[in-house]
Design a protein around this ligand. Structure first.
Ligand SMILES: NC(=O)c1ccc[n+]([C@@H]2O[C@H](COP(=O)([O-])OP(=O)(O)OC[C@H]3O[C@@H](n4cnc5c(N)ncnc54)[C@H](OP(=O)(O)O)[C@@H]3O)[C@@H](O)[C@H]2O)c1
Length: 331
């Protein structure tokens, strides 16, 4: 049997390029005692992968040159020499961008497929959904009547943040990069307002939709967007730094907030979230989100790309905005 994998060939110095990656075919070795072989059926493409391609980040080591591209992936156990996993189990974890993975089972989750289909366990019920849940609820502490603004709103993190905020009785404003994405936020996700930041004036629109200011700003974008959000804070506002996709390809020239003194005048709080800090609590959050999905309170949008050969083109979509919903590669 053959495994096909995407390996890191070189580190990018800005936007990712085709030559940063290499597709490799290799024979699958025999399993040792304690190991399982997984046939991967879905690979999650996340903005964080761009950071993992650097030498190292503050919370996780960079991918080694030659190693398989790190990814949360999900698939079926097709051989098992580990008593904790049986053939036919569906599992999810950091299994990489490849068709098959051998694992000793550490860090792998056996999936409860009754809570959602396989791809959901990489999105709304997986790491990004957990980011939305813990970032908003633990860091933002939304109160009924709060005005919540979320950027990068059409992605899995942003759309889940906005929909949980609606469940909590907040007024929700989202920004995204196309009319189609904005329409989805209003019509499917129940957002109160959506701003196409590519053609509307963000500051003007925020002032119109939140005349008394924003209580929670959930930042997925950073840069100019963060600065404009800071100009519009209500008293006691919480600013949650979740990501800064506008800055991930900026090497050594990251745009920091100029307007940070607005935190002082708002008597506000600016804080970060790393989803892995809440791993112990993920199972309960998965149950709660799965319940909201089955009650129709959370809508999910996915964007599937087929074929490992399309890995690079698909990964680039996250930085051009071509993806619309949780980006999943079917190998
Ligand atoms: N802290 C954590 O633990 C943690 C965990 C998971 C994810 N995150 C962060 O959460 C954020 C959202 O992740 P996701 O998986 O839901 O991604 P996503 O929103 O599905 O995909 C990225 C989106 O970002 C937007 N974008 C790209 N470049 C941009 C720019 N220069 N300015 C404004 N928007 C831009 C694009 O949409 P538009 O069409 O709207 O431009 C693109 O579709 C990311 O920043 C990610 O790093 C953090």
């Amino acid at each position: 049997m053959t495994n096909r994998r995407v390996a890191l060939a070189s580190r990018p110095s800005g936007m990712i390029e085709d030559n940063n990656f290499q597709l490799i075919n290799e024979e699958i070795r025999e399993l040792d005692q304690g190991e399982i072989l997984i046939q991967i059926e879905a690979i999650s493409l996340d903005p964080a992968i761009r950071g993992w391609m650097n030498e190292g980040t503050t919370y996780i080591k960079g991918i080694e040159i030659g190693a398989v591209m790190r990814s949360f992936s999900a698939g079926k156990v097709i051989r098992s020499r580990n008593e904790n996993f049986k053939e036919g189990d569906y599992v999810e974890g950091l299994l990489g961008a490849q068709t098959h993975a051998i694992s000793d089972g550490k860090g792998l989750k056996v999936l409860d497929m009754s809570s959602g289909k396989l791809s959901y366990h990489l999105g709304v019920l997986g790491m990004p959904g957990m980011t939305a849940y813990f970032g908003l609820l633990r860091k933002g502490k939304p109160l009924k009547g709060d005005v919540v603004y979320v950027s990068g709103a059409s992605g899995v993190v942003g759309s889940t943040v906005g929909q949980i905020a609606k469940i909590k009785g907040c007024t929700v404003i989202g920004s995204a990069g196309s009319d189609e994405k904005c329409k989805f936020l209003i019509e499917n996700c129940g957002f109160d307002y959506a701003i196409n930041y590519k053609k509307e004036e963000l500051n003007k629109k925020l002032k119109e939709y939140a005349p008394d200011g924003i209580h929670i700003y959930y930042d997925n974008v950073g840069g100019e967007t963060l600065d404009i959000a800071l100009l519009n804070l209500a008293k006691g506002a919480r600013v949650i730094i979740c990501g800064a996709i506008s800055q991930y390809n900026n090497m050594g020239n990251i745009q920091g907030p100029k307007n940070y003194m607005k935190i002082v005048t708002a008597r506000g709080l600016m804080t970060g979230i790393i989803v892995f800090d809440y791993v112990e609590e993920w199972p309960n959050a998965v149950k709660e989100i799965a319940g909201w999905i089955s009650d129709g309170k959370i809508k999910v949008k996915e964007h599937m790309v087929h074929g490992l050969d399309n890995y690079v083109a698909a990964l680039k979509m996250l930085f051009t905005g071509e993806n619309f919903g949780k980006l999943i590669l079917i190998p």
